[in-house]
Design a protein around this ligand. Structure first.
Ligand SMILES: Cc1cc2nc3c(=O)[nH]c(=O)nc-3n(C[C@H](O)[C@H](O)[C@H](O)COP(=O)(O)OP(=O)(O)OC[C@H]3O[C@@H](n4cnc5c(N)ncnc54)[C@H](O)[C@@H]3O)c2cc1C
Length: 381
């Protein structure tokens, strides 16, 4: 197998610690959280103490000041363990990442230290009932009223929706200006007029509190806006590339774990007097999936390298997201087959991996939208 060259000894030590934390604090409780539809608030504090939240936040804002590879390690370990409940990646790689990239020093001081410690939980509010793929069509409105905005509107499918304390919210500050009318405003959820709606019943990701959110005349200081008024669409497009890479990172780590489980199971399970792993069909299928997984791994690792240097472009991120999430769906489907009836029971992690994978081709930009982004570049010249 092609050796990975991204990580240092320190990264691997951090990986061991993350793996231990997940094995002790997450895996034993995940089934219960799936029944409850949410992870406990206490987990965020513990994850903060263990250094698993926002590792790339600089020390002047309360973080360890590590590089993006530490975020990658956490995402990979959550993927490997099938720990789909805790949405640390939305918190660290999206919300904190927006504040880090576009926030003023005052904004960073106000929110980042508490995000690092797990005292506050972040959510990203882009999608609305009437628009997801086409962000510029959003209807949530922020109307200027002196040194405040008055926000009205609705969001849906928001990860960390029940737990969040702050939301990076995409709003229209100019309804006539299309994409140039979009601004990003940080809304604290203790403000009057904010209301949490339903926690959505989903096919998978059962322990995630994906929710509806409502805003009725919520007064938010203008000082909570990230960057310039009207610059929100551009900022979101820039950060979506990062989000898509993180989805790809998680997908490849999941594929690798699922292949490991499958090799182990098929060696142990017998049919017609011999291990299933000895049937040529099993060996060929797993070999093919392993080859595709390795090629996705090499591509995604190169994208990670570019992201560390801040040189990852949106087309490559779209390619990574499309290839890795589609491969994840294929790997979980084909591997589940080798588990026979057991694979269809929720007693086996492969069944969870199967139902949790499907969303990857939708959330963070659908596979079709990824193809649209890629084809624009391909046909550019
Ligand atoms: C579990 C989960 C968690 C989520 N978390 C968050 C979150 O934290 N914050 C947030 O803001 N959003 C979140 N989302 C929303 C997610 O990003 C959107 O669902 C996604 O962007 C697709 O938008 P949509 O659902 O409105 O689909 P639509 O925009 O209605 O698209 C539906 C389908 O139409 C087709 N389509 C759309 N546009 C095109 C096109 N240009 N070309 C070809 N075909 C096209 C595709 O097949 C697409 O799948 C989450 C969603 C889920 C399911």
């Amino acid at each position: 197998m092609i050796p990975r060259t991204l990580f240092s000894h320190e990264h691997e030590m951090f990986r061991d610690a993350a793996r231990r934390f997940i094995a002790e604090e997450i895996t034993p409780h995940h089934g219960e959280w799936e029944r409850q539809g949410v992870v406990p608030r206490e987990l965020w504090r513990k994850a903060g103490e263990a250094g698993l939240l926002c590792p790339n936040v600089p020390d002047e804002f309360g973080g360890p000041g590590a590089n993006f590879l530490y975020n990658v390690v956490i995402t990979e370990e959550l993927g490997r363990a099938g720990a789909t409940g805790p949405q640390f990646t939305v918190h660290s790689d999206m919300v904190a990442s927006y504040i880090l990239a576009f926030g003023s020093p005052e904004q960073k001081r106000a929110w980042l230290p508490k995000m690092v410690s797990g005292e506050i939980v972040g959510a990203l509010g882009l999608t609305e009932p009437g628009c997801g793929s086409d962000l510029k069509a959003l209807r949530t409105q922020a109307v200027r009223d002196g040194d405040h905005y008055l926000i009205n509107g609705q969001k849906t499918y928001i990860s960390n929706g029940q737990l969040c304390d702050i939301i990076v919210l995409a709003c229209k500050t100019d309804m006539q200006a299309g994409s140039r009318g979009v601004s990003l405003i940080v809304v604290e959820t203790n403000r009057q007029g904010f209301e949490r709606g339903r926690r959505l019943e989903k096919l998978g990701l059962k322990a995630q509190d994906t929710s509806e959110l409502f805003f009725h005349d919520v007064r938010v200081p203008v000082a909570n806006r990230l960057g310039e008024e009207g610059a929100g669409f551009k900022m979101a497009m820039h950060k979506l590339a990062h989000e898509r890479l993180i989805i790809a990172v998680n997908a490849v780590a999941t594929c690798e774990a699922v292949l490991e489980w499958t090799v182990k199971y098929t060696r142990e399970r017998k049919a017609f007097g011999r291990p299933i792993a000895e049937f040529q069909n099993t060996r060929f299928k797993v070999a093919e999936l392993a080859a595709h997984t390795q090629s996705a791994r090499v591509f995604v690792d190169r994208c990670i390298e570019l992201a560390v240097e801040d040189r990852l472009d949106s087309t490559d991120a779209a390619m990574a997201k499309m290839l890795a999430s589609e491969l994840q769906c294929r790997v979980v489907d084909e591997c589940l087959q080798f588990f026979g009836g057991y694979g269809y029971t929720l007693d086996f992690p492969i069944a969870h991996a199967y139902i949790d994978a499907r969303v990857r081709r939708i959330a963070g930009g659908s596979s079709e939208v990824m193809r649209e982004i890629i084809s624009r570049k391909v046909f550019e010249s």
